[in-house]
Design a protein around this ligand. Structure first.
Ligand SMILES: NC(=O)c1ccc[n+]([C@@H]2O[C@H](COP(=O)([O-])OP(=O)(O)OC[C@H]3O[C@@H](n4cnc5c(N)ncnc54)[C@H](O)[C@@H]3O)[C@@H](O)[C@H]2O)c1
Length: 259
């Protein structure tokens, strides 16, 4: 893991990342810490979140973290408040948690799977924004990043619930960008294409299966993205480098949706 830099692009900032213990969220936590941010890892897998925070502290970063269930209004409030109190301020919110949804048409999808997809992927982002905004405003502004997907722009057979949540996140970010521009708060989405994480390894049986079955076949660049490549986008959106960007969707999909 890279050493935390006091001169990095996020030096002096404090961030909370939901779904931060694994996959893309974990890469974002590591990249933010390396760029000098204080990082709060919030995840349903609380033990893994604590372990990652400990590993980040060993690189010299300021970090904390633990259990968070983004489906819970009260729990997210408590976690956001704890992060702000630990760091003294909060500048960056990354709503990244998402659940796995079975592949099914609407005819076959269980109501509970539909409800779960909306509760985690979409309402979870609402909870983070709802409770995080007052902290950002108090601090004179900040940056909100919601992890959407290329599936927020295109349809995907058998993924109606997932695609619906991701399209909605893009609209949520656009509207919040308008509502909070005067507060000096920028709101954008980051839309990965297929990325090499457990989410896809589980669906295709192995990392190799995911590369062959999804990366090579569906992405003009001929492979899956790497979590670190998505984290670079998240650093850009959190930093001054994107100072004139709000209400936008940063698409990092290896050309998936260019067809
Ligand atoms: N991997 C891809 O191919 C891909 C493509 C496009 C978009 N995305 C998006 O990127 C984001 C991260 O994806 P990933 O591949 O790293 O996923 P992942 O499944 O590897 O990690 C998701 C993380 O979210 C956490 N989480 C799940 N439910 C939660 C809850 N209720 N509360 C708090 N945390 C919870 C999990 O514990 C896990 O750490 C997601 O929003 C996903 O939709 C991923």
């Amino acid at each position: 893991m890279a050493k935390a830099s006091g001169l990095g692009r996020l030096a002096g900032r404090a961030a909370i990342i939901t779904g931060g213990a694994r996959g893309i969220g974990k890469a974002i936590c590591e990249a933010y810490a390396a760029e000098g941010a204080a990082v709060w890892v919030a995840d349903l897998h609380g033990g893994e979140a604590e372990d990652l925070a400990e590993a980040l502290r060993e690189t010299g970063a300021e970090a904390g973290g633990g259990y968070c269930d983004v489906r819970s209004f009260d729990n997210v409030r408590d976690v956001v408040d704890a992060a702000a109190e630990a760091f003294g301020h909060l500048d960056i919110l990354v709503g990244n948690a998402a659940t796995l949804t079975p592949a099914a048409t609407i005819e076959d999808l269980e109501e509970s799977d539909w409800t779960q997809a909306l509760a985690v992927n979409l309402t979870g982002a609402f909870h983070l924004c709802k409770h995080g905004l007052p902290h950002l405003k108090r601090n004179g502004g900040g940056s909100i990043i919601l992890t959407a997907s290329q599936m927020g722009r295109v349809g995907n057979a058998g993924s109606a619930a997932y695609c619906t949540t991701k399209g909605a996140l893009i609209q949520l970010a656009k509207t919040m960008a308008l509502d909070h521009a005067d507060d000096n708060i920028r709101v954008n989405t980051l839309s990965p294409g297929g990325t090499a994480t457990e989410r896809l390894f589980g669906r295709y049986g192995s990392p190799e299966g995911a590369e062959k079955g999804w990366g090579q076949t569906m992405h003009p660049l001929g492979r899956l993205g790497r979590p670190e490549e998505m984290a670079k986008g998240a650093v850009f959106l959190a930093s001054e480098e994107s100072s004139f960007m709000t209400g936008a969707d940063l698409l990092l999909d290896g050309g998936y949706s260019a067809r």
